[in-house]
Design a protein around this ligand. Sequence first.
Ligand code: ARG
Ligand code: ZN
Length: 877
Amino acid sequence: MQCDFFLGATSLILDGDASILSLQQVCINGEEISGDTKMQVEQDKLTIHNVTEPAEIRITTRFNAKENTELAGLYKSGDNFCTQCEAEGFRRITYFPDRPDVMSTYTTTIHADREKFPVMLSNGNLVSKQKVSSKDSSMHSATWHDPWPKPSYLFALVAGNLTATRDTFCTQSGKNVDLVIWTDPHNAHLTAHAMYSLQRAMKWDEDRFGLEYDLDLFNIVAVDDFNMGAMENKSLNVFNSRLVLASPDTATDLSYEQIESVVGHEYFHNWTGNRITCRDWFQLSLKEGLTVFRDQEFTMDLHSRPVARINDVRNLRSRQFAEDKSGMSHPVRPISYEKIDNFYTATIYEKGAEVIRMYYTLLGKEKFRKAIDLYFERHDGQACTTDDFFAVMSEVSSVPLDGFERWYTQAGTPVLKASSEYLKDTQQLRLSLQQVLPTPPEAHPVEHMGPQFIPVSTGLLDDNGNDLPLTSYSYQEDSGQTITTTVDQGTTTAVLPFKAFSGEFLINNVPQKPAAVSLLRDFSAPVVLHYNQTAEELQHLAKHDSNPFNRYESTQKLARLAISASYYQESNHATTFNEALATTHGNALEREDNSKTVTKLDPAAVAQMLSLPSIEELGPLLIQDITDSPKDPLLDPLLLNGVRTQAIQTTAEAIENDLLQTFNATTEALHQLEYEPHGVQTGLRSLKGQIINRLVALDEHKHANRAHAMFETATNMTERMMALTALSHSTSNYRTDALDQFYQRWRTEQLNVIAWLGVQARSEVVNNVSKVRALLSHESFDMRTPNKVYALIGGFSTSPANFHAADGSGYEFLADSVLAVDQINPQVSARLLGPFTTANNYQPLYRDGMVQQLLRLERASLSGNASEIVGKALRFV
Ligand code: ARG
Ligand code: ZN
């Protein structure tokens, strides 16, 4: 506890939020205290003077949960009560040392109206339930006790009219755990997938990490009003209902996948987060980075490893790399913050997971497991730091990890520059590497930026596309000494430990000049790779690389080069790379002769190869990846978007027949199958979705009817939404018809309505802003429901054509919306502001438009959450 010395005696300082709490009574050892000499209540704390330990302190507070629209603390979602305490919600329930290193055991008694709140839950085990509460005869009560000490942010309480779906799990040591998923009664039939996901997660954590569940009961509660995805409260996880509820008609394949992954994520927190928690919030990535890594591995072990890896890297690049180039850039272990809620970022989560993955790559699977075992042996029950985690990894690693710790302290994406040369005389391949670090943001000064430890997974391909066997590599240290490392026999990928600003690796015993070098396999480090490769080399890699990630990456690089060449009006290059890209896409669609499969390669992987990098991904990469000295480092988002659309069209045109053939083949193949949200059919659907998008983008007059037919004949939400998405960017009447049909049919399903709002918001049709404004007053929209706000307002900001509209109408819409949402829920308005934080990356026309709105927001009296983001966005322009 946070104790102070005051006039020779001890003062106890407790956190509390007076904007919601009204303090009723404070008793010490049974005696009520009052008056300024005994205690002081301020806006954010309660100070109690002259407390001698040990003491029993009893605090009574009142607050109105119904008016708690911030959805932090105890609040109402629909007719039910629930809590969200991470990071600082507990202080909105009562006065308390609300910090993660204060770990206590909790006993919770809930009194509530018997009829309205038949279900009353809290952490741990149910100790007793009273049919008539001691407080009031119309009430009943329940007492829960959690034997595991925990920080206040893991406290939870739920009361409502909820229906249970029950199952069990038998742990590896033979203990039976009761599993319950609580939902509104009308949604109880939608929980099967979440329950199955939970059972698989429990089994996986035992198999992969030897970690067993430590109580007899595990609850998940689905609520419709939730700021984020879900919350790992001890034995009482609270979830955004979109990450629990699923049926083929209400959830897409992607939602099914996310449910499995988030159910896993929250469950995995029981060890990485709850049993070992964070000393303070600067260490947030200790639990989040590690738990994201664990949920990523869970998905990879259950499904296709390369497909999952590609999705994770796409997500990292489009969100985290963009964050690194924004006013919100911060290290994995931040140096300062105003509102910790603003730091649940892609850097803490996704880059944090990449940092863990680099340990994993460097230590190898077995040693990594050994190090994790040591982490629990040493730190179970403690509140720890990322330094503690680093120490454990370093101790077990056979590779010295010097320089690795800078991944935690230095912000920004390093650029890795590589060049290679074949040395015929000595039969070596020389790989020269250089790392360039970004200038640290003003808010996070680093006195001395040192080189970061970059593991560079490398392979060599011969002319036939086979991997060349590797034997050893040499590296010249600064001291002049050359160290030669032998690699395991039969290895075709070497992890080169690059930890200097510049250096040279010599790969030995290379009998012939490799046809291509495959660098950064599996994206072995979160860096921007700058390596000159010809269209031929990239095509060779796209076709033959034994590393599926790099097959994908080579097509992406062709796309980036094609788009960049058009963007900078280098028409010769543009033609070369567009042609190479079309050929590569055509190759990816190839099907085996005499075979029933739609494509030779995994259709999910083909869909990924066919997809072009998103605008969010292109922005930061375009500047750094393509050329050493960009012509103009400031982006024109409309031009970039136009050029990207053109690339989609040009390549689609070149392979239109292949696309149509594959479209029909996927339709036929899917027709034979009963819907399941996993296996090869999900790949077939993503390929079909990718193709219909390309076709409608190519020529809507010719192909919109095909999308409309796909919409009308769809037997599941996935295909329905894919068709609707393709149509949403067209101006044809098919678009309005499909949207109307969808709403009429699914208006009573909340998740479908949210998807319907989102697909309209993201539309690229020009002047869509008026349509989106109109939807703000549609009967289905509610500014108090975060899912709806994220779908409509957040969705709008992802449409480059409309968000960046040259007349500034998109920026104005976002600012208007932020002002309205901020009155209701500051955590949500702060998240909506994200797109403005990249203002600095754009040409003056766009940047000034954003700045104008940011200044307007700055003049308004915003919440602390929103003003931190506005301030950071402005400081950076
Ligand atoms: N710990 C939760 C998770 O990652 C996220 C909770 C964040 N909530 C917040 N209000 N910032 O699973
Ligand atoms: Zn988490």
